[in-house]
Design a protein. Structure first.
Length: 538
């Protein structure tokens, strides 16, 4: 059962939480707790046979809340003491009661006070922060697979499907601990701005939904925490619901559902002899302000899990009403709109055109303020009509657009001149894919506020990405992949273009960027390049 959304008068915080068993398991070993007045937020995932996992989770909630309500110490010290006390009590109970032997749990705690967020974390539950700049995973997964994902050795989707995904090497309860024991409690301290939101969740949610889908749902239902939580849990169940699912969502008074803007920062000063920017981690990843400990989250695309964008998938209706946007116009064989163009013609600013799986042999022109999204990311395929020259799949020349989950496929008998032409402003392209017989997959034509993130370019015959004159796009966390027998760069950057490249992966390219050597080296800083068996670090 969902907790009600509650407003905190002094700060304007709103929150809601819910925990369900999922579609496979009979009992629910997850627990959650929140107290807006005190700024305490907590999710726990219990581990153990029979009812032991539920017991461990319940002990953790009781002990942690009791310790945090006493106050007194600094937020970080309180969090450490609370988790350590819960750990030792669970261990004590497990040793004295046979049926509880071996019970443990994983925990994520958040304290919000005076616009400051303090996190205590053990295990593989997660805390995400959503800002106007995007979604960030502020906790590390204390698991072998999680470490591989955080270090970019495997993609997010590969981690979600990994057979050892549920193994953890840190837990609460398996052995006695002190609050400051090394390799036990991970703590993070960062601002909590009024225009940001946080999501605490167990792996039953994060193993079912990729980060791009989580962010999309949060932004769609921003302003109504209950709808955010219900939509997230519903989407996780739609994707399989293999585990208990728990979501606890908190947003600031000024948080808006508008999509992430493409942030383009001017270079900032650094300490003498240092190559690390103040707004970056040592590896070059963009950093939310003052995050003390974080690793990179690789937001790759590919064959993503099918999830519904919203509370339900309703067939036969032309739209649903969303809380922070306008209508959702549904495109599909059994919907009112059988083509994307027809839905786009009927759309108004702030509407979402949501497309059902299938191939669409049509050229799409986005209207101002309209989002184009695939209900199942990667299942909506734009293809060219056969033997049609100079065909462009999608054009976005206006402003305030988002394109998400769309795949562009060029065939031998149906080549594509330009997959997507982006020369508008305030535009985001994410979670999409480009493949095959395409001359230019994405062409950025101006200096508008454009973000290209978490997309996949696979064996594009021509040029995956062209950054045109004076263009300044943010290109972040994309995968560019082609066979080593192919020629040409992944990106062509004209002389006066100024793209920001961050945490992208280039595989199989002799030269990842078409630019003079000095410029190429500068642009590639903070990215990964793999040339055959060779791997070039960041």
């Amino acid at each position: 059962m969902s907790e009600p959304a509650v407003a905190l008068r002094s700060t304007g915080l709103r929150a809601a939480g819910a925990s369900v068993a999922g579609r496979v398991r009979r009992n629910n070993e997850d627990r959650l707790y929140f107290d807006l007045e005190r700024g305490i937020f907590l999710v726990v995932d219990g581990v153990g046979g029979h009812a032991a996992g539920e017991v461990a989770a319940s002990i953790a909630v009781d002990v942690i809340v009791d310790r945090l309500e006493r106050g007194g110490a600094s937020p970080e010290s309180m969090v450490r003491q609370a988790i350590a006390c819960a750990n030792n009590e669970i261990h004590r109970q497990a040793r004295r009661t046979v049926e509880y032997s071996g019970m443990t749990c994983v925990v994520t705690v958040a304290l919000v006070a005076e616009r400051r967020l303090t996190i205590g974390h053990v295990g593989d539950s997660r805390l995400y922060k959503v800002t106007p700049d995007g979604l960030w995973k502020l906790t590390c997964d204390h698991s072998p697979v999680g470490e591989q994902e955080d270090s970019c050795e495997i993609s997010e989707v590969e981690a979600m499907r990994h057979p050892r995904r549920n193994e953890v090497f840190r837990d609460v309860g398996s052995a006695p601990h002190q609050p400051d024991d090394p390799e036990f409690i991970e703590t993070v301290e960062t601002p909590f701005e009024p225009d940001s939101a946080i999501l605490l969740c167990t792996d039953g949610l994060s193993d079912m939904l990729p980060s791009t889908t989580i962010e999309r749902i949060v932004r769609c239902y921003a302003g109504n925490p209950q709808l955010v939580v219900d939509a997230l849990i519903g989407a996780a169940n739609d994707a399989g619901g293999r585990d208990n699912v728990t979501a606890l969502y908190i947003e600031g008074a000024a948080f808006s559902g508008v999509r992430a803007r493409a942030v383009q920062r001017e270079p900032e000063s650094v300490a003498p002899g240092s190559s690390v920017r103040p707004d970056r981690t040592p590896s070059g990843q963009a950093r939310p302000a003052d995050v003390s400990r974080r690793r990179i989250t690789w937001l790759s695309t590919g064959a993503l899990l099918g999830v519904a964008l919203g509370l339900a998938s309703i067939t036969g209706l032309d739209y649903l009403v969303a809380t922070s946007r306008g209508r959702i116009l549904v495109v599909g064989a059994e919907s009112r709109f059988v083509s994307i163009a027809a839905a786009m013609a009927a759309a108004s600013p702030r509407d979402i055109v949501r497309v059902e799986p299938g191939e669409y042999a049509e050229s799409v022109v986005l209207k101002d303020g309209v989002e184009l999204v695939a209900r199942v990311p990667g299942s909506v395929v734009l293809v060219a009509p056969s033997r049609l020259e100079n065909w462009t799949g999608l054009t976005a020349s206006g402003h305030d657009n988002r394109i998400s989950g769309i795949r562009v496929l060029g065939r031998s008998d149906a080549p594509i001149a330009t997959g997507m032409k982006l020369d508008g402003r305030d535009l985001v392209l994410d979670d999409s894919g480009f493949e095959g017989n395409i001359d230019v997959a994405v062409d950025v034509g101006n200096d508008g506020n454009i973000a290209i993130r978490s997309n996949r370019f696979t064996n594009v015959r021509g040029l995956p990405l062209r950054v045109g004159r004076s263009a300044r796009p943010t290109v972040r966390q994309n995968i560019f992949m082609r066979g080593t027998d192919e020629h040409g760069p992944a990106l062509h950057v004209v002389e006066d273009a100024m793209p920001t490249l961050d945490a992208n992966l280039f595989v199989g390219y002799a030269d990842a960027i078409g630019a003079p050597p000095t410029r190429r080296q500068q642009l590639l800083h903070g990215n990964f390049v793999i040339r055959g068996s060779e791997r070039v670090g960041r």
